[in-house]
Design a binder for this molecule. Structure first.
Ligand code: HEC
Length: 101
């Protein structure tokens, strides 16, 4: 019984780690896509300071594609943006400028 419990514990912890690695990889690759698709024209700060609904992200994406953005994985980016920069989230911290001397 001890061995069984031990095996189960190992399997669960390995599965958890793999899941986490997979999630990190996905985020990383989506961010890479965002950089490739959006940064030719403007910084990602313009994107990350938005708080939009999924429908609004969809529209935003179509607008950018209309302007020439190359987005091979449109739905993936829309899902990512809605999840991380959705209108359910608090507004981003304001960008403060420091007075120049
Ligand atoms: C072909 C150039 C181009 C590409 C590529 C591009 N954008 Fe834009 N984007 C613009 C321009 C120009 C503006 C500024 C429009 C304005 O001032 O109203 C803008 C503004 C924005 C804004 C601010 C809100 C708005 O509509 O003005 C968001 C959000 C945005 N882009 C998202 C994206 C995302 C996400 C991508 C990548 C998938 C992307 N853009 C790729 C040209 C581009």
């Amino acid at each position: 019984v001890r061995l069984f419990v031990c095996t189960v514990a190992i399997v669960i912890s390995v599965a958890g780690t793999l899941g986490r690695i997979a999630a990190e990889n996905t985020t990383e690759s989506v961010r890479k896509e965002l950089q490739q698709s959006c940064q030719p024209c403007h910084s990602l700060r313009l994107v990350e300071t938005q708080r939009l609904s999924a429908a609004a992200w969809q529209k935003e994406m179509d607008k950018m594609i209309g302007w020439g953005a190359v987005v091979p994985n449109k739905q993936l980016l829309i899902d990512y943006l809605s999840q991380h920069y959705g209108n359910q989230l608090p507004p981003p911290a304001p960008i403060l400028s420091t007075p120049s001397k």
